[in-house]
Design a binder for this molecule. Structure first.
Ligand code: ADP
Ligand code: MG
Ligand code: MG
Length: 933
């Protein structure tokens, strides 16, 4: 056997060889000292798992596996610093690197008892990329380095398998042409296709020896012709060029796109791993596979993955051949299956997390080629974190920290409505069931390539399902733009599955009965033909594929693992989590999801209801107080019912009610529309002049004119900064009295029924403490009156929003009147920046973000430096006046994890967000508290 390395002896006494601090400086600054002093190359037994910065994730973990005695083929790692030095020095090896790489190669030869380029006894290696964070398939790897025209003959006679040797050589020349020399794949594939066709074969594995020889020669001439150079026969030159190619692949388009999407910095560089080759294609007692130590879709505790007999690693990942489930290995080789199981367990215990493991079996001997923390769905992440606590591998706080708050979004995401799904099945719209590799439901139009998917989604704002036979790293931009991914080939660890899971995209892969024809841009399945642009629905949770669009709904949060994790989160967090809810149904949802109060009830939403709007308009347009009071009296019972509903739902938890906030014109018809109507009526009347039946038209016109006049009299140049918020309340005190009356009547009724209530009345848009004082008087006199009438006392609080800079700057004065503050960060951001959100987000703000003038949209993530400083000041000043001042945030930022962590540091009492973000906020608040421990 050519390449069976002896088992690497485990060195018990290891000398720690980490880079000294001096050498850890950047390559530029190392000019002062001889650069050759830097250690660029580490043998596997010189590294360990915590050296990922230097050795990359793959290299550091290979080293760690050697350290804990797992069967890893011998090898060494060229550091990420070497890569960075190479890239920044105009593609030149830094001084000392090549000598160290050759020295490591000599050691590898010694350890394996083989020698690189020796036809009698050849050492073959792979040259693999591997950055600090795994970027599956995004960079390059070369296999079978060390083969040439002579070595291939030696390998053939040594193994007695000339076909195998020739196939390995064929692969090397092909990879060399494409990866190192950058030639396109097609001409190589065309050669292969020609030979397959001549023999009437489906795949390469049955091509006879003489064909493989001819193919290898054809590949060599292709290289000569297209790259203007020969395929290097010198193995050492192969190694050098391969190392350079892997370095360069860090800057490849695929890799750059992926890093952008995954938020990986661009200056990390990749390490290069040189690994002794082992072969899974040496017959039926050989094979290769990828397993995750648990099911990474559901989190279940079972090994999951793909296996291929008599194949090499890249065949599994590429989806080129249909794979077997890993359980097939149990039937084929029970002993090896058991050994793999033990290795997986050991890896899990050692790394304290679920692993994604590449292995190869060469003639009955198992080798591990890679391990990394497995990518997983949100559902799996939660279950795994909780179960690892049960297995005593993690502490609760670690489990809580293992799940990113945003991941919980998945649980609150739409799934297909069961009824609609049933109906679709009955209609015969269930087309097929494939592998359910990334959960969630998605409907959209079919796009057959990544560019189309991206274009339709970005430019035409369509929901797109990207459909491919299989996906490749070049397709990632389309996958990111699509709502879901559907492929006809590939297994659970295929590229499509991996990427989909990582980015939380629903995906169904390996729908083998579906034929995808990207040329003719159609797919055929279950006797139906769908063309590009037709609609499909995929259920990544079950693997089902439907024709047409299906209704979705948001499921209840009842997964037992997430409930447990959130309970732990609640134990750690210090911030309260409230919800913004205007109706009892929102409040109910919020409580179900764990909210402990309502931080914002926007009463204007109630005013917009169809049966109320006419009264609201009459109230606004009233010419006398009596008219206005009449309209308000009609609104009162509605409002009372609204509040009653909220109080009953919240059962004594705080309910923060904001008095009417928006400018009044929002309740009236649109000005331009009215103008249009008036002009039209006028023309129609003109035409009908003198004829009968105009009286009705005239009346209509008069009504419209009155409305137009009223709207015009209320028109403001800057309504956002105009008569709204507290200003409105001061302008129309009877409105405030009506709202306060409704709140207190409802509260008294609850109290009479023996129910606890805690209303918090909140005044918006305060800029000066005098405004608050005036409001407070109106409000308190009305409250006293109601309680007297009702013969019932209820406790309520009076407070304000902080949403203009002056309020923050004078918070000490404001706190004299207010018992609580709630930061309205939407308006506070608008008024601090002086930016009108509605105009900006569709206009210049996107330009700013694109040009990176602003790093983030301040309406999505709180601007801590600017807006945050005002908040900090308001907290300080407010608490100086009133130490027990209750503080919260109710802007949309209240559900953003980064902002939540900031609010924790500010010492707020609670955050309030939309009901569906409550679980995310609970977890984020726990993260914030744990981080500050
Ligand atoms: P990626 O990061 O894209 O997974 P890898 O460097 O892991 O790339 O290699 C690609 C494939 O080649 C994997 O299936 C891997 O297991 C296989 N492979 C890499 N090195 C060797 C080796 N020395 N012997 C056998 N197979 C190998
Ligand atoms: Mg790999
Ligand atoms: Mg506001």
């Amino acid at each position: 056997m050519p390449t069976r390395p002896r088992k690497t002896p485990l060195r018990k006494t290891r000398t720690r060889s980490r880079p000294s601090p001096r050498l850890a400086r950047s390559p530029r600054s190392s000019h002062a000292r001889p650069a050759s002093r830097e250690k660029w190359v580490y043998l596997f037994d010189e590294g360990r798992a915590d050296m990922k910065d230097l050795l990359g994730g793959k290299g550091a973990n290979l080293a760690e596996m050697v350290r804990i005695g797992l069967p890893v083929p011998p090898g060494f790692v060229v550091t990420t610093r070497a890569c960075n030095a190479f890239l920044s020095e105009g593609s030149r090896f830094p001084e000392g690197l090549w000598a160290q790489e050759l020295a490591a190669l000599r050691k590898l030869e010694k350890r394996t008892g083989r020698s690189f380029g020796d036809p009698e006894n050849a050492l073959l290696v792979s040259c693999r990329s591997g950055a600090k964070f795994s970027m599956p398939g995004m960079m390059d790897t070369l296999l079978n380095l060390g083969l040439n025209d002579a070595v291939v003959e030696g390998l053939a006679s040594e193994t007695g398998d000339a076909r195998f040797a020739q196939d390995a050589y064929r692969r090397l020349v092909q990879m060399f042409g494409t990866v190192v020399l950058g030639l396109p794949h097609e001409p190589f594939e065309q050669v292969l296709e020609r030979y397959r066709h001549q023999r009437g074969l489906q795949n390469d594995s049955a091509l006879p020896l003489e064909d493989l020889k001819a193919i290898t020669e054809a590949f060599q001439s292709l290289i000569r012709e297209k790259a203007g150079r020969d395929f290097p026969q010198d193995p050492v030159e192969q190694l050098r060029l391969a190392t350079e190619a892997v370095f360069r692949s860090w800057k490849g388009k695929r890799a750059v796109d992926y890093r952008n999407a995954a938020g990986i910095p661009h200056d990390l560089g990749t390490a290069v791993n040189i690994v002794t080759m082992v072969f899974g294609n040496r017959g039926e007692d050989s094979g290769t596979g990828v397993v995750t130590t648990r099911n990474v879709s559901t989190g279940e505790r079972e090994m999951e993955g793909d296996y291929l007999s008599n194949a090499q690693g890249e065949d599994v990942v590429s989806g080129a051949r249909p794979t077997l489930r890993i359980s097939a290995l149990k039937e084929l080789h029970p002993k090896l299956y058991a050994q793999l199981g033990r290795i997986c367990q050991k890896l899990e215990r050692h790394f304290r997390d679920v692993q994604d493991v590449e292995f190869t079996i060469e003639q009955g001997r198992l080798w591990v080629l890679q391990t990394r923390d497995a990518k997983r769905t949100a559902q799996a992440a939660v279950r795994i974190a909780v179960e690892l606590v049960g297995e005593r591998l993690l502490r609760r706080e670690e489990a809580v920290l293992r799940v990113k708050p945003e991941q919980l979004d998945f649980f609150l995401h739409p799934q297909f409505a069961p009824d609609d799904k049933k109906a679709a099945r009955e209609r015969g719209d269930l087309l097929a069931t494939g592998l359910n590799v990334s959960p969630g439901a998605a409907s959209g139009v079919v796009a057959f390539d990544a560019d189309t998917a991206e274009r339709w989604s970005r430019e035409e704002k369509k929901a797109v399902i990207m459909v491919r036979p299989e996906t490749k790293p070049d397709d990632v931009h389309g996958m990111l733009a699509a709502r879901g991914i559907l492929t006809s080939r590939g297994g659970r660890t295929s590229h499509a599955a991996l990427v989909a899971r990582q980015f939380g995209k629903p995906a169904v892969v390996g729908v083998s009965e579906m034929e995808v024809d990207c040329e003719r841009r159609q797919l055929t399945v279950a006797g139906r033909v769908l063309r590009e642009g037709d609609t499909v629905s995929i259920d990544g949770t079950t693997g089902e594929v439907f024709a047409g669009r299906l209704e979705t709904l948001i499921p209840d949060l009842k997964d037992p693992y997430i409930l447990k994790l959130l309970k732990w989160a609640d134990d750690f967090r210090e911030l309260g989590v409230y919800a913004n809810a205007d109706y009892p149904r929102d409040a109910r949802k919020a409580r179900e999801l764990g909210a402990e109060g309502i931080g914002l009830c926007r009463t204007e939403h109630m005013f917009f209801e169809k049966d109320r709007l006419p009264h609201v308009q009459r109230m606004i347009l009233a010419r006398t107080d009596a008219e206005r009071d009449e309209a308000l009296a009609r609104l009162l019972p509605f409002q009372r019912e609204d509040f009653l509903g909220l109080f009953r739902t919240m059962e004594g938890q705080p309910v923060t009610i904001r008095l009417l906030d928006p400018p009044l014109h929002e309740f009236l018809p649109n000005h331009d529309g009215l103008l249009h109507d008036v002009t039209e009526l006028e023309t129609r009347l003109e035409l009908r002049k003198g004829r009968p039946g105009t009286a009705e038209l005239e009346e209509q016109l008069a009504r419209k004119r009155r409305m137009l006049e009223a709207v015009e009299s209320m028109r403001e140049a800057n309504p956002m900064l105009g008569l709204r918020g507290v200003r409105l309340g001061i302008h129309l005190p009877s409105l405030v009295r009506m709202q306060v009356r409704a709140i207190l009547e409802a509260a008294c009724q609850c109290a009479r029924e023996g129910m606890r209530v805690l209303p918090k009345i909140m005044i918006p848009l305060i800029a000066h403490s005098n405004e608050l004082r005036v409001e407070k008087e109106t409000l308190e006199s009305e409250a006293r009156a109601v309680m007297k009438e009702q013969g019932q006392k209820v406790a309520y609080q009076f407070g304000t929003m902080i949403e203009v800079p002056r309020a923050a700057l004078t918070a000490d004065q404001i706190a004299e009147e207010a018992e609580f503050f709630s930061f309205g960060t939407n308006d506070l951001t608008q008024t601090t920046y002086g930016i009108s959100r509605d105009d900006a987000e569709t206009g210049f703000l996107s330009e700013y973000l694109h040009k990176r003038i602003l790093p983030e949209n301040p309406f999505a993530t709180l601007d801590q430096r600017g807006v945050g400083s005002l908040m900090e000041l308001a907290v300080k000043l407010g608490r100086k006046t009133r130490p027990g001042l209750d503080l919260g945030i109710c802007g949309e930022h209240g559900g953003d994890p980064k902002t939540i962590s900031f609010c924790h540091r500010l010492g707020l009492d609670y955050v309030s967000c939309s009901p569906y973000r409550v679980p995310i906020a609970r977890l984020a608040a726990a993260h914030a508290a744990l981080a500050s421990r």
